[in-house]
Design a protein around this ligand. Structure first.
Ligand code: CP
Length: 366
């Protein structure tokens, strides 16, 4: 029997229901929120990403990868601007042999004539094998997944950024990057992470905080303007998962107090586009005030092995002078976006175990 959209949305709150609604045959089918991933699924995705990255260095490996999704067609429906996410999804699909199409101007589609999300995605499911979607509406991807789940021929929906709510694939690439950075330091467990930005409306920051709950005893220090402090839903989830956290209103005093204990700093820009409803902010208004900027003078306050991250795009909050800091991994994050998204496509299609086994046989994976 079918479920209403309200029932579908409510079901995502509870672990077992969430698994039933978002998974198929024990693998992710709809990819909407960080909370849907267990620790073992995260580890397995990261291993698959590493296997793909290493296989891609070999001619035979590249040929093998190109057959993984051969013949599949992927629709990338981007109703908000994107450089990294859109292009890395296309590059990831290319690596696995799938064909991608990007629609980035919804005025060219029948959405502009008032067509419903339900009819639109059902139509797209006739021509494509998966839909990747970014939208300013927090619930667009969720509604698309629900609509397709009610049909006899559902196809996977992967959120590439849902309004102010979540950016699940960004958080997966961020955790993959952290895991690599901490590979010689006991992994992500027990690490002290600073997350800077307007957390309440920054989907990358929120998704990362949710995903960190899958690790043992992380501590999160949010630094955020009071008006955009972490929302109650996120804070209550962190409490339920016993993740110690605190919110500060400026970065400098925090780093002067505990800078040498910090293992990673995740900087984000202030999301000023939301002041105008999600469009593009006026250039005069862009940029963070000094409380939320990694000032070059903070260098002596952080350890040389502190990992410095940013989901990009950046404005003024992580100046270029940090690029020669040994912990600066922002460009690695960008590359990892392609590998983790390829791993996700493989997992959704049930092809990930074969990729890992091949890499293991070739000694490319421990
Ligand atoms: N990190 C990120 O989502 O970048 P884009 O907006 O360019 O996709």
């Amino acid at each position: 029997m079918g479920v209403t959209f309200e029932e579908f949305r409510a079901g995502l709150e509870e672990r077992e229901q969430r698994r039933k609604l978002l998974s198929s045959n024990g693998r992710p089918f709809f990819v909407l929120i960080s909370q849907q991933f267990s620790r073992s699924e995260i580890e397995s995705l990261c291993d698959t990403a590493t296997a793909i990255r290493r296989l891609d260095r070999q001619l035979d490996g590249r040929d093998f990868l190109r057959n993984v999704l051969r013949g599949q067609r992927i629709m990338n429906l981007f109703a908000q601007p994107s450089t990294r996410t859109a292009e890395s999804f296309v590059a990831a699909a290319d690596k696995l042999g799938a064909i991608s199409r990007i629609v980035s101007d919804l005025r060219t589609s029948s959405f502009s004539k008032g067509e419903s999300v339900e009819d639109s995605v059902r139509t797209l499911s006739s021509f494509f094998d998966a839909i990747v979607t970014r939208h300013s509406d927090d619930e667009f991807a969720m509604r698309a997944a629900w609509a397709l789940s009610q049909t006899g021929r559902p196809i996977p929906v992967i959120s590439a950024g849902s309004g102010k709510s979540q950016h699940v694939t960004q958080s997966l690439l961020d955790i993959y990057t952290l895991r690599y950075s901490f590979s010689q330091r006991g992994g992500v467990d027990g690490k002290n992470v600073v997350i800077i930005g307007d957390i309440a409306r920054n989907r990358a920051a929120r998704s990362l905080a949710y995903l960190l709950t899958r690790f043992e005893k992380p501590r999160i220090f949010f630094v955020s303007p009071a008006a955009f402090a972490p929302d109650d839903e996120l804070l209550s989830y962190l409490r339920r998962h016993e993740v110690e956290n605190t919110t500060r209103s400026a970065l400098g005093p925090l780093l002067r107090e505990v800078g040498h204990d910090i293992d990673a700093i995740y900087v984000t820009r202030l999301q000023q586009e939301w002041d105008k409803g999600g469009g593009i902010p006026d250039s005069g208004e862009r940029g963070s005030s000094e409380e939320f900027v990694m000032e070059p003078s903070y260098r002596k306050l952080v350890r040389p092995d502190c990992v410095l991250m940013h989901p990009l795009p950046r404005i003024n909050e992580l100046p270029e002078s940090w690029e020669d800091h040994p912990g600066f991994v922002v460009w690695r994050q960008v590359r990892n976006g392609m590998w983790i998204r390829a791993a996700l496509f493989a997992a959704v299609n049930g092809a990930d175990a074969e990729i890992r086994h091949r890499a293991l046989r070739l000694g490319l994976l421990e």
